[in-house]
Design a protein around this ligand. Structure first.
Ligand SMILES: [Zn+2]
Length: 370
C-alpha cells in the first residue's frame, strides 16, 4: 500500500470488548449449565442478556442463544490443552499487526476448528458470521446500533484523522471523506469468512475504495497466498508477510516504470514492466500486489488514453503553448513537468505519472516534434 491509516480509539471498540469477555471469561472456562450469573464479570453485558431474555425478539434471542450454544460446546470439550492453545490463537487472530509482521505467528481458521470440534466451529461460525452487517444483533439499541450509529460515528472520526481522501491500498481511487453524505465500506483485511474471532476488531477493518474491496481483494488473504489449498501441517511454510494497514512505520515505496515499446499511442500492458521496491519489504510488496491486483491496475492506467497517453500529450502540447510565452528549451520544460507530476504523489496518480513520464523521457519518446 502507498501509505497507512492512523488507528483511532472509538466507542465501537466496546463491542470487541464484549466478545473478548465472552471468550476468555465465559466460554473458555465453561463449566456446568449456562445462566446469567456466568456474565457477572461484565455487568453491562449481563443486563443486556437479561433484558433480551425478557423481551423475546429475533436478534435478542439470536444473541442469547448463540452465546449459550457456544458455551455449551466449550463445556463439552475436556481437552484443556486445546483450550490453552486456543487462547494464543484467539490472540493471534486479533493481533493483525503481529500476523502481518511475524511469520512465526499462525492464525487459526474455521476449517482447523471444524476438523477437531465441528459442532463448536458451527456454533462460532453461526454467531460470528452475523456480527458485522445488517443482520447483526449489535444493531440493537442495547449495543448502541452498530450500523445506524456506531459505524457512521466511527467513520466520521476516522476520516477526520485520516483525511487524504485517497484509497491507501491502490492510490488510484478516492475515498469518501467527511464532505460526502455516503461512505466507503470497511474491508475485513484478514477475511472474516476464513478466520474466526476478529469480525468486529477495528484493527482488522479498514475503509477501502469500492474497486479494491469488491473487485480485487474480495476474500483474498494478505498473509497466505491460497490458504484453502495449504496443508495445515505445512502452513508455517506458506505464510507471507503483509503490510499492516495501521502501521506507524510504513516504508516509502520506489516505483519504476519500464517501457519496451515506443509506440505510446498503442501502448499495451505487455509493453510495461513495473518495479516496486523497498528494501526489506519484498514479501509485503508481493502480498500487496497479489491481493489488490496492483500490476494490472497500474499498467492499465498507463495504457489508458485519458490517463497515460494524456499525461504524455499534455507535456508535448503544453510545450507548444509555452513556446508562445517564450519558452524554448524542451528538455527544461520536460524537467519542469516531471517535477510537477511528482510533487504530490497522491494527487492525479503522481506516484505513477511522474515515473511513467520519466521513462518516456529516458527512452527518448518524449520530444518536441512528436
Ligand atoms: Zn483502492
Amino acid at each position: 500500500m502507498l501509505f497507512t491509516y492512523k488507528y483511532i480509539k472509538h466507542d465501537i471498540e466496546k463491542l470487541q470488548g464484549f466478545l473478548d469477555f465472552l471468550f476468555y471469561d465465559v466460554w473458555l472456562v465453561a463449566e456446568g449449565d449456562f445462566d446469567a450469573e456466568k456474565l457477572n464479570g461484565n455487568p453491562d453485558l449481563k443486563q443486556i442478556y437479561i433484558d433480551f431474555g425478557n423481551a423475546d425478539f429475533k436478534w435478542g434471542n439470536f444473541f442469547n442463544s448463540s452465546i449459550e450454544q457456544i458455551y455449551s460446546e466449550f463445556e463439552k470439550i475436556k481437552d484443556d490443552k486445546f483450550k490453552l492453545e486456543l487462547i494464543d490463537l484467539y490472540d493471534a487472530n486479533n493481533n493483525v499487526e503481529v500476523l502481518c509482521n511475524d511469520k512465526s505467528k499462525l492464525p487459526i481458521s474455521y476449517a482447523e476448528i471444524k476438523a477437531r470440534y465441528s459442532d463448536l466451529e458451527k456454533a462460532i461460525n453461526d454467531f460470528y458470521s452475523k456480527l458485522y452487517g445488517t443482520e447483526s444483533p449489535f444493531n440493537l439499541d442495547a449495543f448502541g446500533q452498530l450500523n445506524k450509529k456506531l459505524i457512521p460515528s466511527h467513520y466520521e472520526a476516522f476520516m477526520t484523522d485520516n483525511n487524504e481522501e485517497v484509497c491507501p491500498f491502490c492510490g488510484i481511487l478516492p475515498i469518501k471523506g467527511n464532505n460526502h453524505s455516503y461512505r466507503e465500506a470497511y474491508d475485513h483485511y484478514l477475511p472474516k469468512g476464513l478466520y474466526p474471532f476478529n469480525a468486529l476488531n477495528f484493527k482488522n477493518l479498514a475503509p477501502m475504495c469500492h474497486e479494491c474491496n469488491s473487485t480485487y481483494k474480495l476474500t483474498d488473504d494478505p498473509i497466505y497466498e491460497d490458504y484453502k489449498k495449504i496443508d495445515p501441517l505445512k502452513k508455517e511454510n506458506n505464510r507471507q508477510l503483509a503490510f499492516y494497514p495501521y502501521s506507524e512505520n510504513h516504508p516509502e515505496l520506489e516505483i519504476k516504470v519500464e517501457l519496451t515499446s515506443k509506440d505510446i499511442k498503442n501502448l499495451k500492458p505487455t509493453d510495461i514492466t513495473l518495479e516496486i521496491k523497498s528494501a526489506g519489504n519484498e514479501e509485503q510488496i508481493e502480498s500487496w500486489k497479489r491481493v489488490f491486483g496492483i500490476e494490472e491496475r497500474y499498467k492499465a492506467l498507463c495504457c489508458n488514453k485519458n490517463e497515460g497517453l494524456e499525461w504524455f500529450n499534455a507535456v508535448v502540447d503544453g510545450f507548444e503553448n509555452a513556446k508562445e510565452m517564450g519558452v524554448t528549451d524542451f528538455a527544461k520544460w520536460v524537467d519542469l513537468k516531471l517535477r510537477e507530476a511528482g510533487r504530490n504523489k497522491l494527487s492525479n496518480y503522481g506516484f505513477l505519472k511522474a515515473q511513467f513520464l520519466t521513462e518516456c523521457r529516458d527512452k527518448g519518446i518524449l520530444n518536441a516534434s512528436t
